[in-house]
Design a protein around this ligand. Structure first.
Ligand code: AMP
Ligand code: ZN
Length: 115
């Protein structure tokens, strides 16, 4: 399958990993939109939230907890951070392997300013 993030999971495309275990990988976004911008992905290929099944609930919940963990390790716990998932064309999703963005390190624009 020709999936960029599956290749990052396999290690055939390099990434600046911040966390990895048997189910999840987290790494720095290549084009950061904030001083801290990391991505959390399940190793399992799920294209988007639209493709997430009931069976994926535990894995996706775990991705959220990994997002919390790497945010804390990046020093974001106290001041806060944003966790974002884009799903489909209107959201601007460009990589169709489900991922959480973890953004922080500055005061982020309110969500109302995103259109
Ligand atoms: P999305 O628009 O939600 O699909 O976000 C995809 C994200 O992946 C964007 O923020 C890109 O900057 C990021 N990205 C694309 N290619 C790479 C890569 N090779 N390594 C790290 N992040 C990447
Ligand atoms: Zn994939």
């Amino acid at each position: 399958m020709d999936c960029l993030f599956c290749k990052i999971v396999e290690g055939t495309i390099p990434s600046r990993k911040v966390y990895e275990d048997d189910r999840v990988v987290a790494f720095h976004d290549i084009q950061p939109q904030a001083p801290v911008h990391m991505l959390v992905i399940p190793k399992k290929h799920i294209a988007s939230m639209n493709d997430a099944a009931d069976d994926d609930a535990q894995l996706l919940g775990y991705c959220l907890l990994v997002a919390k963990k790497i945010a804390k390790e990046a020093g974001l716990e106290e001041k806060g951070y944003r966790i974002v998932n884009n799903c489909g064309p209107d959201s601007g999703q460009i990589v169709f392997h489900i991922h959480l963005h973890v953004l922080g390190g500055e005061k982020l624009a309110p969500l109302g300013n995103t259109h």
